[in-house]
Structure formats: structure tokens, C-alpha cells
Design a protein around this ligand. Structure first.
Ligand code: NAI
Length: 251
């Protein structure tokens, strides 16, 4: 007998946290996860409050003002999820920043800021959630890496290190999570058209588009669809993997 799950709204009844959800790829993730049935807790820095409220409203989710690097962030997250939802099923570590400079200008402040937001915060938040036993069975942790953490971009030693770190982290965590009937995976997007890439010099942007086998920038929703699949209970046999998104077959 062949048994298949009903694919319609596979996240029904599940709670998904998306960090950096106020715009760009995170906002698309919130929309796709909500479309697929999840209640989405949309988290971002307080300064993004208005944009965040718009996204949460649009997807029928809720907001959480959370700077992932703030000292009290892990506890605030634990308190919020425990009180409002009793736990969490999907955690998407999407918050990310760039502070590009070639090596001569790469001061400690740029290095530390990027490592803190893009990598270290993921460890602190996951640790707090697991310690508090809030990740429910069937739980999914998805780290957002980057092709820049696999191939490396000029001027991004800090960013590349942080995004390569995300891959090492989800791979190491996979084994621990298997004991909890949960998984950790990462997506590594290529060049996606958002505010982050809009800030890049024109030549770098054009090179980014050419790196994509489709010869154009990817869309935030392309990444969001892959994340929704990794967040799905049906992807339970996929653990400790990195899904490259956006036709980077030229690498
Ligand atoms: P974006 O700059 O448009 O959005 C990033 C969001 O993260 C913003 O809403 C920002 O407020 C939030 N954020 C920043 N610091 C935060 C903090 N300390 N706490 C909570 N939220 C914080 O960027 P985009 O392009 O949407 O990127 C999303 C993720 O995808 C990032 O991790 C980025 O590194 C990654 N990525 C993006 C690619 C691209 O081509 N756009 C390619 C590969 C990866």
C-alpha cells in the first residue's frame, strides 16, 4: 500500500518563528509559511516595528520585537513562545547583515557585528529554546546561509565566515536534534533581489545575476519555498543538509 500525506497546507497547527521578517526574504518566508498553514511569529528589530506589523497583518501572524543580538533576546524569545504558544515547531534564522570591506578596512567592529547577527545569535537562541524544551517533536531549525559562505565574495571575509559557520552549525546540530525527532538544515541562497543586494555596487550586482544559471537575480519567494519544504514534517528524513537556492549551477 502506498501512503502519501495530503500536501495542502502542511503546516496547519504549527507555529513558525522567522527572524528578520520585516522585509526581503524573511517577509516572503512569513508569507509562504502562513500560506502553507503555519501561525508565523514575525520577529525583527524594534526599529522595523511598522514594517513588521504590516507583514504580520498581511500573513495573519503575530509580531515580536527582537534584536537577535540583544543580551536578553534568548529569554525574551523563550518567554514569548512559552506564554503565547506553549512551544514552537519551526525556527528560521533569517536575520542577517553585511558590513563589507576588503581586508585592509575590515575592522573588529564589522567582523563582530556580522558574526553576532548572522551566526552567534542562532546558537544562543537555539540553546535557550532547547534548554526550555520548547522545540516540539517534528521541530525544524532552518539556518539561512549563503552562496557567499560556500564560494566567497570579495570584501566579505566576515560575511563568508558567518555563513560558512551556519552550515557547520546546522550539520553539527543535526545529530543532537535527531534524538528529539527534529531536524536542522540550511538554505544557501544565491543572488536574490532585496534591499541587501540593492546596496551593492552595480558591477557586483551584475556579477551576482550572471552567477545564476537563469542569468537573473532570484526572488525572495524562491528561497521561501525551499524553506517551507525544509520546515515541513514531510522533509523529516533530510537532516544536516544545505539546499542551494537559485540556480547556482555555474559554481
Ligand atoms: P534584508 O536586509 O532585506 O533583510 C534583513 C532583515 O533582517 C531586516 O528586516 C533587518 O531588520 C533584520 N535584522 C537585521 N539585524 C537584525 C537583528 N539583530 N535582529 C533581528 N533582525 C535583524 O536582507 P535579505 O536580503 O532579505 O536577507 C535575509 C537573509 O538572507 C540574510 O541572512 C542574508 O544574509 C541572507 N541572504 C541574502 C541573499 C541575497 O542575495 N539577498 C543571498 C544569500 C543569503
Amino acid at each position: 500500500e502506498i501512503v502519501v500525506d495530503d500536501p495542502a497546507r502542511p503546516h496547519t497547527g504549527r507555529v513558525a518563528l522567522v527572524t528578520g521578517a520585516a522585509q526581503g526574504i524573511g517577509a516572503s518566508m512569513a508569507a509562504v509559511l502562513a500560506r502553507d498553514g503555519a501561525h508565523v511569529v514575525c520577529a525583527d528589530v524594534p526599529a522595523q516595528g511598522e514594517a513588521l506589523a504590516r507583514v504580520a497583518n498581511h500573513v495573519g501572524g503575530s509580531t515580536l520585537h527582537l534584536d537577535v543580538t540583544a543580551e536578553g533576546a534568548p529569554q525574551a524569545l523563550v518567554d514569548h513562545l512559552r506564554e503565547r504558544h506553549g512551544g514552537v515547531d519551526v525556527v528560521v534564522h533569517n536575520a542577517g547583515i553585511t558590513r563589507d570591506k576588503t581586508l585592509a578596512g575590515m575592522d573588529d567592529a564589522r567582523w563582530d557585528a556580522v558574526l553576532e547577527v548572522n551566526l552567534v545569535s542562532q546558537e544562543r537562541l537555539d540553546e535557550a529554546l532547547l534548554d526550555a524544551d520548547l522545540l516540539r517533536p517534528g521541530g525544524r531549525i532552518v539556518g539561512v546561509s549563503s552562496i557567499g559562505g560556500i564560494a566567497g565574495n570579495r570584501g566579505q571575509t566576515n560575511y563568508g565566515a558567518s555563513k560558512a559557520g551556519v552550515i557547520g552549525r546546522v550539520e553539527a546540530l543535526a545529530d543532537e536534534l535527531a534524538d528529539r525527532d527534529a531536524t536542522s538544515n540550511a538554505v544557501a541562497p544565491g543572488f536574490i533581489e532585496t534591499a541587501m543586494t540593492e546596496r551593492m555596487p552595480v558591477g557586483v550586482r551584475e556579477a551576482g545575476r550572471r552567477m545564476n544559471s537563469l542569468n537573473q537575480g532570484g526572488r525572495p519567494v524562491d528561497v521561501a519555498e525551499a524553506v517551507s519544504w525544509l520546515a515541513d514534517v514531510r522533509s523529516g528524513a533530510v537532516n544536516g543538509q544545505v539546499v542551494r537556492v537559485c540556480g547556482q549551477s555555474l559554481l
